[in-house]
Design a protein around this ligand. Structure first.
Ligand SMILES: Cc1cc2nc3c(=O)[nH]c(=O)nc-3n(C[C@H](O)[C@H](O)[C@H](O)COP(=O)(O)OP(=O)(O)OC[C@H]3O[C@@H](n4cnc5c(N)ncnc54)[C@H](O)[C@@H]3O)c2cc1C
Length: 396
């Protein structure tokens, strides 16, 4: 198999690089590169810059406003965005609910929501997990009862990423408690300004407000916000999770972080020499680099397969992609040593210059290390991905 880029792909890469050089605002790039937290406005701003170019939804078909790229072109776009340090185009709208609407939504739902997702007019959040339903998602209890033209929703979701900013939630609810648990679930679109919804922050290890609990008390949801058929939501939920896991390898971003790590290890000395010249430390960096190169090759093998569809190999990319991301943050902490301990929330929120020791490069790395622990849990924990590989690939 030839895994090198064709001349056309290389020309496309140059076009993407030129676009990013001309359009990525330097203040956003600086925040991303220095691991400073992004605001709602930062995410929306970048999403809308990409949308004006027609590039905010790389995986969408042309008929819905996608650019009609090949899988390799999509990979190049992701890689170049990661390399340049763009804010992420958040997956909840573009990569998660949108494919479900395209496949199972009504004509009215597609016409209303898809253009708004393309341009980030609505901020979406994902209402799947509950206090008693994470890996065992099908045991979810949030109840929706149909009364005339509305569903009345009661219950609780948890770990809902950035729900504090959300206009809309796609939500799994139980509409029939009397059948096998996978068979009584429906997929609802819920307006987050509806009376009866309460969003409460969960503050994580790094003192960040990124996830939330969301409570529903007699929330009235119009019945036309049901996607597909009642009680068939589990099928749609699984379809969505396949899409969620495909972009998760994060090769472009990890390449940027590897370059950052090397720069950091050149700037910090031990026994009068840059740490990167220490043979023990250098071999640790080389190991991660080799794993990252192998991951990239695997991603290219997966995306260039004919008739590619998200399958169990997405689990493999998720595990190794998140391991590489975490190893990189661990090595950054090794470089900084005690300098990683000071914690400056005002700097992390972008409100001030930092007051901690060292320069910009180190100021956010302690919090970043803690934050990145999440990657092996969300999107289906890595242990669950290993179960999928054992069953679907190894046939155990
Ligand atoms: C930062 C963050 C953001 C998130 N964002 C969202 C969001 O926006 N929307 C949303 O709906 N959810 C979100 N989640 C929830 C996430 O999907 C769940 O945390 C995840 O599915 C694990 O579920 P759980 O936390 O209930 O853990 P559990 O399912 O209780 O698992 C606990 C531990 O047991 C292991 N385990 C469980 N079952 C098995 C098994 N069968 N075999 C082997 N090991 C097993 C798990 O791997 C884990 O280590 C987010 C989570 C995090 C951490």
């Amino acid at each position: 198999m030839d895994l090198s880029y064709s001349a056309a792909d290389l020309a496309f890469r140059d076009k993407v690089r030129a676009f990013l050089a001309a359009n990525l605002p330097p203040d956003l790039q600086k925040k991303v590169r220095n691991h400073v937290r992004l605001t709602r406005n930062d995410y929306v701003r970048w999403h809308q810059i990409a949308a004006r170019q027609g590039w905010s939804a790389p995986g969408w078909p042309v008929e819905y406003g996608g650019p009609g790229w090949t899988p390799t072109q999509r990979h190049i776009w992701e890689e170049e965005c990661g390399r340049a340090g763009t804010p992420q185009i958040l997956p909840f709208g573009v990569n998660m609910v949108a494919p479900v609407l395209m496949a199972f939504g009504s004509a009215a739902q597609k016409a209303h929501y898809l253009p708004r997702i393309l341009n980030c007019d609505d901020w979406w959040c994902q209402g799947y997990s509950e206090p008693g339903a994470g890996s065992d998602l099908a045991s979810l209890k949030t109840r929706a009862v149909r009364v005339g033209d509305v569903y009345i929703v009661n219950g609780q979701k948890t770990w809902t990423t950035l729900a504090q900013h959300a206009d809309m939630m796609f939500c799994l609810v139980r509409t029939n408690p009397d059948v096998r648990k996978q068979e009584g679930i429906s997929f609802l679109l819920i307006d987050m300004t509806s009376p009866g919804i309460t969003v409460r922050p969960i503050i994580t290890l790094d003192e960040e407000h990124e996830v939330n609990e969301v409570f529903f008390e007699n929330v009235r949801v119009p019945a036309h916000n049901l996607v597909g058929q009642e009680n068939k939501g589990w099928t749609y939920a699984k379809y969505l999770l396949g899409h969620e896991r495909t972009g998760i390898a994060g090769v472009g971003r990890s390449k940027r972080e590897l370059a950052f790590l090397k720069k950091l290890a050149m700037e910090h000395t031990r026994h009068g020499k840059p740490l990167l010249h220490d043979p023990v430390f250098a071999s640790k960096v080389a190991n991660v680099e080799i794993e990252l190169m192998a991951l990239e090759t695997t991603v290219l093998r997966v995306i260039t397969r004919p008739a590619h569809a998200p399958g169990p190999e997405a689990s493999l990319l998720k595990i190794r992609g998140t391991e590489v991301q975490q190893w990189l943050t661990e090595l950054m902490i090794d470089v900084l040593g005690p300098d990683m301990l000071p914690f400056d929330p005002a700097y992390l929120e972008g409100d001030s210059e930092h007051a901690v020791t060292g320069d910009d490069t180190g100021a956010a790395l302690g919090a970043n290390y803690l934050n990145m622990r999440k990657t092996s849990i969300y999107g289906g924990s890595n242990e669950i991905q290993k179960n999928i590989i054992a069953q679907m690939i190894l046939g155990l």
